[in-house]
Ligand binder design. Structure first.
Ligand code: SAM
Ligand code: SF4
Length: 345
């Protein structure tokens, strides 16, 4: 079932044509469907976050036009994100609609979620053609979970994971490594994730937006996490790629995989294949720069997608060579004014 008025899927997969001036092909879109969230993770947003007025946020139809234009331009993977994508009303209508491109240009339609609403939505997501979800989970301790997320409830995430398993969704866990908060939990998290058949990827905390004082000094180089894991298990580099920036290791004793995303200690920009569009229609070719291009005006000016496609192509061409996140003193100030919840993580 498609949202009314949408185009039918193209008969054949389009050839990729979206690339930047450095020759990096863009095949992966992260599309934020809302900046709102039912949590306030300390590294992501302040407790009193000010959200966008509703009329600045793209409608579901506009989000569908954006996603579909990217597919026509050769994007093969779309990850819906936010904010918390599952708090957007009727988001499954958008997912169902975008799923018409699966097998017709689009290889994967997925989402990143905090898991709080997954118990309600897992079955419907699977029915919509979603095959895997990334669930963000930084700790297995209920009190630590509450203090990181401020409003979150670990038992709801666990119920969401049970529902995802029952619906046949593949799950990958994303864990932000936080100094003095969860750094001693790395082995426990990996053992737990692998016992449930999930890959787990650690992420270094990035200097984005005004998440407040709590984010400062939280950076843990993932080499330290890898050392802790290697002291317990046998880790061998894996050729596995998920289409994103993670580099994987196979853990012999558990049979599972651990990913490391290390934007600060090792840049991955030379292989970047991604762009991001916010829920307000700003296209950010790079997570670490403030040079967004407005797609909303192009969308609202005309029902024809000509200007939209032009704006996407020219913004992508100008994608920066890389971010300039640095470990050390500059981590204490934000590299961009936007928090991850605004850009879409
Ligand atoms: N609400 C959903 C969730 O938490 O999965 C999706 C949006 S969230 C912004 C996407 C991812 O960004 C999460 O895995 C979160 O942990 C991560 N994130 C948020 N702020 C971050 C930061 N400053 N540094 C590194 N990762 C961050
Ligand atoms: Fe919400 Fe995700 Fe940001 Fe946490 S990381 S506040 S769950 S958007």
């Amino acid at each position: 079932m498609f949202l009314p008025g949408f185009e039918p899927p193209p008969a054949r997969a389009p050839a990729p044509r979206l690339a930047d001036r450095l020759g990096r092909a863009i095949s992966y879109l992260r599309l934020s469907v809302t900046d709102r969230c039912d949590c306030r993770c300390v590294y992501c947003m302040p407790e009193r976050m000010r959200f966008l007025p509703k009329d600045e946020v793209l409608t579901l139809e506009e989000l569908d036009r954006v996603g579909s234009a990217f597919v026509r331009l050769g994007v093969r993977k779309i990850r819906l994100t936010g904010g918390e994508p599952l708090v957007r009303r009727d988001v499954t209508g958008l997912i169902r609609s975008l799923s018409r491109h699966l097998g017709a240009g689009l290889d994967e339609l997925t989402l990143t979620t905090n898991g709080s609403q997954l118990a309600r939505f897992a079955r419907e997501l699977a029915d919509c053609g979603v095959q895997r979800v990334n669930v963000s989970l930084d700790t297995l301790d209920p009190a630590t979970f509450r203090s990181i997320s401020r409003f979150g409830d670990l038992s709801r995430v666990m119920a969401g994971l049970d529902a995802a398993d029952a619906a046949g969704l593949a799950v990958k866990i994303n864990t932000v490594a936080l100094k003095g908060v969860n750094e001693t939990e790395a082995c426990r998290l990996v053992a737990w994730a692998h016992s449930r058949g999930y890959d787990l990827t650690f992420i270094e905390v990035m200097p984005l937006g005004g998440a407040g004082r709590e984010r400062l000094d939280q950076h843990v180089p993932l080499s330290e996490v890898a050392d802790a894991l290697a002291a317990r298990w046998t880790l061998t580099p894996s050729a596995h790629r998920s289409g994103g920036p993670a580099r994987y290791y196979q853990v012999r004793e558990t049979g599972g995989r651990v990913g490391l995303i290390t934007p600060l200690s090792h840049s991955f920009c030379d292989r970047c294949n991604r762009v991001r569009v916010t829920c307000a229609g700003k296209l950010y070719p790079c997570l670490g720069h403030d040079d967004g291009v407005d797609l909303r005006a192009a969308l609202r000016e005309s029902a024809d997608d000509g200007r939209l496609v032009e704006a996407i192509e020219s913004a992508t061409a100008g994608k920066a060579k890389g971010h300039d996140f640095r470990v050390g003193s500059t981590l204490s100030r934000s590299s961009t004014a936007r928090s991850m919840s605004v850009t879409g993580g």
